[in-house]
Ligand binder design. Structure first.
Ligand code: NAP
Ligand code: MG
Length: 468
């Protein structure tokens, strides 16, 4: 496949410029391929194509639009291995995680969104008012590198099923998976201009799409820092804005709760994808009396973590996504030491080619330390003790973020009551886990709006009242 092309108006086209960007494998630092950097002219062409396609696409029935997605879902299934391998090469996630979680989750969530669209009630009456939900227009979809397929799927499936058209800009670190997804979309035969994708830097191409006057919605997943910029950019022209941003999520262990479960769930989010998940449980908040037992359990469960070539079946931890990410994560580790936290285990770069960092656990952490407040986005955990459950809840909420969280406790009803007190969009209780159609979205600086299922779908609709 020629990755130097863009997909615009139903065709693979070359950039009007000549600049290219190398795509690197973080496990080896080898160049895998390169992509083109879109110009202002390319951006305009893509947005124009999406605008032109909107009237006819939005006029189709949901069943007609869903028929394309059913084929696309099958194409994802048929190409599961290829997509997983591509993702592992450019992201560094283990093949196991790419295959069993990343791509599989995209298939399941697409299916859930199709279901949400097919069962959605577009018209209803409020007394004499006919209330109807309609597509909005052209959606700019700007995505990060940590889930290279699903962060795009979560936007385009609801946006297109609702009748909008899209222009996608994937992250610069992981454009190949995105372009391969576009190849599948092309093969399914969506009408021209409905889906468009171009590659290039966020500062230029991302900004260009988001601030284009013909764009009606900005749907962004990424850092809070860039989210703030896009919120501002969207104020011009009063664009609708959907933001899925960072997190610093708590795992709150209650007295008498299963230490094993709390540690296992937490480490799952720190090891899988090298801790580069927005919903990672990066603050393990535990009763002071359990601190020693928690530390022992952490060491026990970390003992068998296998670091290495992400393509090998038994590898648990691969490299972080880039040299820049490695530098950021190591910088936070240094900062944690400087601020007086103690390293229980890890803390170093792994001595091998590529950007590997040891699973790192900090203890003696106070919640106001930088490592407990800022998103590190690497395999780094902070353990924070509390005296009373009230204090545990206060610490859990003492963050500018509010994306995810978890509560583990001996009494499930009590744990649910505490889950209600956490100021975050998701809370997992004990063995509870997210599903393909449970809503996902942030409180506070973690975002605006939702993704997945019916709530994700509704974000791409306008509400009209017809009065007679
Ligand atoms: P990022 O730096 O914010 O970038 C995200 C996307 O925005 C990339 O495509 C990027 O392009 C683009 N971009 C950068 N600057 C831009 C600008 N000024 N205008 C328009 N677009 C711009 O985030 P990242 O480093 O890729 O991903 C990590 C972050 O994403 C973390 O903070 C994580 O928590 C967050 N995240 C949130 C969720 C969620 O659902 N809440 C999910 C996953 C990740 P380039 O790649 O060219 O820089
Ligand atoms: Mg970036």
């Amino acid at each position: 496949m020629n990755y130097q092309q863009f997909y615009i108006d139903g065709e693979w086209v070359s950039s009007s410029g000549t600049e290219t960007i190398d795509v690197l494998n973080p496990a080896t630092d080898e160049v895998i391929d390169k992509v083109s950097a879109a110009t202002t002219e390319d951006v305009d062409r893509a947005v124009k194509a999406a605008k032109k396609a909107f009237p006819s696409w939005s006029a189709l029935t949901v069943a007609e639009r869903a028929s394309y997605f059913k084929k696309l879902k099958q194409a994802l299934k048929d190409n599961l291995g290829t997509l997983a391998d591509l993702m592992t090469a450019e992201l560094g996630a283990t093949t196991r995680f790419s295959h069993d979680v990343q791509v599989t989750m995209s298939i399941n969530e697409m299916e859930a969104t199709i279901r949400a669209a097919e069962t959605y009630q577009f018209d209803h009456y409020i007394r004499d008012a006919l209330v109807t939900a309609e597509p909005i227009g052209v959606v700019a979809c700007i995505s990060p590198w940590n889930y290279p397929l699903n962060q795009i799927q979560r936007k385009i499936s609801p946006a297109l099923l609702a009748g909008n058209t899209v222009v996608v800009k994937p992250a610069t670190e992981t454009p190949l998976t995105a372009l391969y997804f576009a190849k599948l979309i092309d093969e399914v035969g969506f009408p021209a201009g409905v889906f468009n994708i171009l590659t290039g830097s966020g500062s230029k191409v991302g900004t260009g799409i988001a601030s284009h006057p013909d764009v009606d919605v900005i749907s962004f997943t990424g850092s809070t820092e860039v989210g703030e910029k896009l919120y501002a950019a969207g104020s011009k022209g009063i664009k609708k804005i959907i933001l899925e941003l960072g997190g610093k999520s708590p795992m709150l262990l209650l007295p008498g709760g299963s230490i094993k479960t709390a540690v296992k769930k937490t480490l799952g989010t720190i090891i899988n994808n090298q801790g580069q998940s927005c919903s990672a449980l990066t603050r393990l908040i535990v009763p002071k009396d359990d601190l020693k037992a928690v530390q022992e359990e952490l060491l026990t469960q970390l003992k068998d973590v296998k670091i290495g070539d992400p393509t090998l079946e038994d590898t648990d931890l691969g490299p972080v996504v880039s040299a820049k990410q490695e530098e950021t994560v190591l910088g936070y580790i240094a900062k944690g030491k400087e601020e007086g936290a103690t390293i229980l285990t890890g803390g170093n770069k792994v001595d091998r080619p590529g950007h590997y960092i040891e699973p790192t656990v900090f203890v003696d952490v106070k919640n106001d330390m930088t490592i407990a407040q800022e998103e590190i986005f690497g395999p780094v955990l902070t353990v924070i003790p509390y005296e009373s459950v009230e204090e545990g809840i206060t610490i859990s909420n003492d963050t500018t973020y509010g994306l995810s969280g978890a509560v583990v406790g001996p009494d499930e009803d009590e744990a649910v009551a505490i889950a209600r007190k956490l100021r975050t969009g998701n809370v997992m209780v004990n063995e509870g886990a997210v599903t393909a159609d449970s809503p996902f979205g942030g409180y506070k600086e973690s975002g605006i709006g939702h993704e997945k299922g019916v709530y994700g779908f509704e974000d791409y609709l306008n509400i009209k009242a017809i009065l007679r």
